[in-house]
Write a protein that binds this ligand. Structure first.
Ligand code: PLP
Length: 388
């Protein structure tokens, strides 16, 4: 018997509350359902599909990589694409070295291990509202008690401190115990909150004074999302380690840790590894994604559309009483409502617009970075209608 979509779905573990139509194709900023209905996609694979669907750069990169016959080789040997992607990232950032893995959580877990090895200490400090992943250490650094329930014990030594509380942070970051401080320069899952540059600079100073590694988690806010290649560029504060994933390989699974040489020097063969990390197919696509997004005209265009979007959302908030606050940067925005956000996500979908939540009361917009001004205008009009 051929399993139809309904049967296939029933064989999937029920950890996702999937809703809406069955999507069968994608084109630019739109997802297309099996009945042909087109949805304007302001979710973009939760920030993965920065270049949208069916982008020629990604298609060509995959086809060219397949032409070599090398999907995977193993990290026992050298291959060119991973080395080149590392160079592309290093030449455009603070970093001297790169470690590749397969997801955002894996990148953060690796960053924690690197910081522990470098510092000889074990403590990790994260902040309220943080989301860093769902593996054992990253879950301990993620401020969502509902995600943790039933999975104790998590990794010990990881503490969540109230964001913005200087006294508590000063007490928590210990010169003798703390290996790393991790923070998203723009919190994503926790409600879309851009972090104040002054706070990041203060953390930087504290970390320097106490020999603690500062990790920026740019899994969601990195790679052009905020209008610069990396979000930290706008704060003018440089981390010791930075994690990436989501859009890095155009929808193929890939994560990365960018790090300074001083940290890398503490690590040698055998200290960390992952079978698939930085394989030739994913890395080949990553090279083209990074080059495309990093192009100055591409980023300038993101900033222009971002400015329009921010202004338009502020207008919308001014006349829609259920919108309490609008927060965001670049093409990552959250509308905090005075009530649960999920019903409005459903209403928008019924009207042909896909948006996500970020916590219980926030509607989150993360459109592809290639979205046109016309599509943004159309999407915001649908959102306005859904929220009215
Ligand atoms: N860090 C941040 C800031 C994220 O937004 C996410 C995922 O949403 C992760 C880490 C975890 O990434 P992944 O789901 O690829 O493990």
């Amino acid at each position: 018997m051929t399993a139809g979509p309904a049967q296939a779905a029933s064989a999937l573990l029920g950890v996702y509350a999937r809703v809406g139509p069955l999507f069968t194709s994608g084109d630019g900023s739109e997802l297309i359902a099996e009945d042909g209905t087109r949805y304007l996609d302001f979710v973009a694979g939760i920030g993965v599909n920065a270049l949208g669907y069916n982008h020629p750069v990604i298609r060509t990169a995959i086809e060219r990589a397949l032409g070599t016959g090398l999907v995977h080789v193993s990290n026992l040997y050298r291959t060119e694409p991973g080395e080149r992607l590392a160079e592309e990232l290093v030449s455009r950032s603070f970093a001297d070295q790169v470690f590749f893995c397969n997801s955002g959580a894996e990148a953060n877990e690796a960053a924690f291990k690197f910081a522990r090895k470098w510092s000889g200490k074990s403590g990790i400090i994260a902040f309220s509202g943080a989301f860093h992943g769902r593996l054992f250490a990253t879950l301990a650094a993620t401020d969502r008690p509902d995600y943790r329930r039933g999975f104790d014990p998590l990794v010990p030594g990881i503490e969540i401190v109230p964001l913005g509380d200087r006294a508590a942070t000063d007490r928590a970051i210990s010169a003798s115990r703390t290996a790393a401080v991790i923070i998203e320069p723009v919190q994503g899952e926790g409600g879309v909150r851009p972090i104040d540059a002054g706070w990041l600079a203060w953390l930087r100073r504290l970390c320097d004074e106490r020999h603690v590694a500062l990790i920026f988690d740019e899994v969601q806010c990195g790679l052009g999302r905020t209008g610069t290649l990396f979000a930290y560029e706008q704060a003018g504060v440089v981390p010791d380690l930075l994690t990436l994933a989501k859009p890095l390989a155009g929808g193929l699974p890939m994560g990365a840790v960018l790090l300074k040489e001083a940290i890398g020097a503490a690590l040698g063969p055998g200290d960390h590894a992952t079978t698939f990390g930085g394989g030739p197919l994913v890395a080949s696509v990553g090279i083209e994604v990074v080059k495309t997004i990093a192009a100055p005209e591409f980023l300038a265009s993101v900033r222009r559309r971002a400015e329009w979007l921010g202004a338009r959302l502020a207008d919308l908030a001014a006349h829609l009483p259920r919108v309490r606050e609008v927060r965001g940067r670049g093409l990552l925005w959250g509308l905090e409502l005075s009530e649960p956000a999920a019903p409005f996500v459903g209403k928008a979908r019924d009207k042909g617009l896909l948006v996500a939540t970020a916590g219980p009361n926030v509607v989150r917009l993360i459109p592809p970075l290639i979205i046109t001004s016309e599509e943004l205008t159309r999407g915001v009009a649908i959102l306005e209608d859904a929220l009215a």
